[in-house]
Design a protein around this ligand. Sequence first.
Ligand SMILES: NC(=O)c1ccc[n+]([C@@H]2O[C@H](COP(=O)([O-])OP(=O)(O)OC[C@H]3O[C@@H](n4cnc5c(N)ncnc54)[C@H](O)[C@@H]3O)[C@@H](O)[C@H]2O)c1
Ligand SMILES: [Zn+2]
Length: 386
Amino acid sequence: MTAALRPGDPTIVNVALGERAYDIVIGRNQMAAALGTRAAALKPGARAAIVTDDTVAGLHLESAEAALAAGGLATCRVVVGAGEGTKSFAGFERVCEALIAARVERGDLVVALGGGVVGDLAGFAASVVRRGLDYIQVPTTLLAQVDSSVGGKTAINSHHGKNLIGAFYQPILVMADTAVLDTLPPRQFRAGYAEIVKYGLLGDAGFFAWLDANVKEVFAGGAAREHAIATSCRMKAAIVARDERETGDRALLNLGHTFGHALEAAAGFSDRLLHGEAVALGMALAAEFSARLGVLAPAQVARATRHLADAGLPVRLAQVAGNLAGDLAGGVPDADRLMELMAQDKKVKRGKLTFILMRDIGAAYIAPDVDPAQLRAFLVEKLDGQ
Ligand SMILES: NC(=O)c1ccc[n+]([C@@H]2O[C@H](COP(=O)([O-])OP(=O)(O)OC[C@H]3O[C@@H](n4cnc5c(N)ncnc54)[C@H](O)[C@@H]3O)[C@@H](O)[C@H]2O)c1
Ligand SMILES: [Zn+2]
């Protein structure tokens, strides 16, 4: 990683994937400063189709268009509805047809301007339209800047579960302009922060300690926020470079996600429980379950949980039970229902549940055959509010 030299200089993290390597550019106002020139350098003469959602369009689309125009790129827009519902076959069809209708050609460019929903959807469309178009991620949520825009996982949801239809397809550039986060609702920022904490918990005790000392500054913005985003991207980039297709280590990035996805599914993938909120609670449960199995010291569980709770994130099932009881979800799930939802997760191999557990803060590991009975007993207890 190249560290920022002066205030105003970006931090550049390279994702070292050989021919498919690309830069993540992180810094305030970098979209205006560098998106156009970098896009033009990567794709001389290309037209850029900007895919965005209707919320982000009202806030940042014109700046993105101006930045690309400054680099000499002609642009067109594809605007989809905001929200997880857009990551569907219908949303996918709309984006593909709109790209084709706009006469986007093989040498042109797709620019995904938005959160993880737009990034996953536009990236997946880019992977198949005309058998593959290059694309740039311009993530506008904290979650997208530290997680979804990096690593090339693209997807839409199936009726059977989240992200079940997709492709590994790397972008050619990620432009994380931290100034666009100024318009993000605080709840969305907090949810994205859960993924930052994830990096500390899974692989970097020093980073976790730094977050513990600097959480207020990260929320306030400025240099601490950029450092947190850059450190997260550097860790994700390193893991992806080692294991692009998740045959090994990359699974560590799923810390908190097996519990989390089951809770999101129970909440009907709705605003009742945001992805990052589910992951925060999932990480707290993973830590507690690790302690239950005797591999993590209770004091470390308390440290991890306290940090998440202090950041305003949910850490106990009882805190979110009301959110899971919505009419779409069919009431508060019991342990068996949660087990069923976990079994639908694609991290299941031949019926055994694979969990990411923790030996220590900063030392997560892949546990490939968690005993369902032990897990069920743990969930029953947690649902009882213990
Ligand atoms: N591909 C991956 O590796 C990966 C990793 C993690 C998550 N994901 C996916 O990412 C998605 C979640 O992403 P998300 O949390 O960014 O959600 P999102 O894309 O739905 O964005 C959240 C909300 O914030 C709004 N928004 C976005 N940027 C804004 C801004 N700058 N100012 C104001 N509002 C803004 C959006 O319109 C939306 O309403 C999920 O579908 C998840 O599966 C993918
Ligand atoms: Zn996540």
